[in-house]
Design a protein. Structure first.
Length: 140
């Protein structure tokens, strides 16, 4: 299951992700993983959440991010929740600030992976900017 936490900068997306991740860490009978650009969440999340800094793996673009996330899920069947913070920052290539179509294509591919993990992205944009196919994944 894929979910999107969508909002403009400063709207509380990361705070919502932290609350959801903390709740998942308390209730999950498996592993909780959080991928972010940088390491700002290291003090915000409990140590039982596996925190992955995307910069350490030189992730750039949504094709790379898809492969990375698919690899995480394939390598550990016990993952119940996979959180991704700063999605457009990780998916950025070159001068294109926000690759909406690339993001939508990645989400579509991820939706076909056979996994019981809940995948939650923070997406920094206005809801109206996302392709129509992404509307079904948005958390209200």
């Amino acid at each position: 299951m894929i979910k999107l936490i969508v909002g403009t900068k400063g709207s509380g997306k990361t705070k919502t992700l932290i609350e959801m991740a903390n709740k998942a860490a308390q209730e999950s009978k498996g592993n909780v993983v959080c991928v972010e650009k940088g390491d700002k969440l290291v003090r915000e999340l409990p140590t039982n959440i596996r925190l992955v800094n995307s910069d350490e793996y030189q992730l750039k673009g949504f094709s790379n991010l898809y492969g990375f996330l698919a690899g995480i899920l394939a390598g550990n069947y016990d993952i119940t929740h996979l959180f991704i913070d700063g999605t457009f920052k990780i998916g950025k290539i070159g001068d294109v600030e926000k690759d909406y179509e690339g993001f939508a294509a990645m989400v579509e591919k991820l939706s076909h992976i056979q996994s019981d993990a809940e995948i939650i992205f923070t997406v920094s944009c206005d809801v109206a900017d996302l392709p129509i196919t992404m509307k079904e994944f948005i958390i209200k």
